[in-house]
Design a protein. Sequence first.
Length: 324
Amino acid sequence: MFYILELEGKRILVTGVAGFIGSNLSDELLEKKASVIGIDNFFNGRMDNIKDSLQNQNFTFHKADIRDYDFLLEICKDIDIIFHEAAFTSVPQSVKMPISCNEVNVNGTLNILNAARIRDVETIIFASSSSVYGDTPTLPKKEDMNLIPISPYGVAKLACEKYLYAFYKVYGLNTVALRYFNVYGPRQKDSTYSGVIPIWLGRIYRDENPIVFGDGEQRRDFTYIKDVVNANLLSGVANNIAGEVFNIGASSPITVNELADIIKKICEKEYLGVDFTDPRPGDIRDSFADITKARKILKFEPKYNIQTGLKKYIEWSKSRNYTI
Ligand SMILES: NC(=O)c1ccc[n+]([C@@H]2O[C@H](COP(=O)([O-])OP(=O)(O)OC[C@H]3O[C@@H](n4cnc5c(N)ncnc54)[C@H](O)[C@@H]3O)[C@@H](O)[C@H]2O)c1
């Protein structure tokens, strides 16, 4: 692929490197012969996710917090690109703890931007989210739509996008925001605050019915991790995209009820039912991406649909004795 050489030898900071997306991204960067400097405070990350990378001479890890500005100022010396994945990542948790969410997501991101500006970092790619769109009825979601986030998490992501744009405009920093839509795949945790797929896989493996919030007819774009990693690499080396925002999704929506059927079928547990419960505050009804802009400018093309992505994810968990 054309971007391999462009990443070779680059010094790349990955925040949230022990998390789901950060660790997968870091693996791919190491594969492309970049030097990865990873940071994580283990709020939600796992040492297990980076244990192989720690054997790689091109990988350095620091247990650190993005709220620590002095540390960031030090670590950003001599960095070419930052992939900023660290965050308070759960919508329901942000509803319970809005101040903590703001401190990590907004103040932490501002710390990174300012340290990057002072240290002359070339490029910053930020992990934004489909949650910035909020519950607007227009579908699919396009980058230039009106944004009305309805959760503290969504508001914080939008605030970060605005800071990225301001840092591009005022200081000329090469900033890009990628709005991910429901990412899933190996290393995504099965925990109360995870995405729906790992939680359901955990339940299905234990022979329990998946739980649906609402009527299950809400539509979502489920995006396989490899496609999200690829979008980051493309953005890291693209020219003339400073200040831009891109949707990154599979652009192939399904309902949550359809998702339950697909997972049960792949796991050969079609005899299981589904338990319905009340919708959660902060959750969005329908969300799927128009990725025309990413296709055109980044040459991004999702390579996995829900069937092929889920099969890969399930194969991975089988190889770990059905742990997620
Ligand atoms: N997974 C998705 O579906 C999805 C969708 C949209 C956006 N995103 C965004 O993508 C990024 C990565 O998400 P993920 O799914 O890998 O989540 P994750 O929770 O697995 O990873 C986030 C990592 O950040 C670390 N972290 C949290 N607070 C920190 C702090 N103060 N200092 C340093 N590290 C800290 C955590 O320990 C964790 O390892 C996040 O910014 C998230 O908001 C994810």
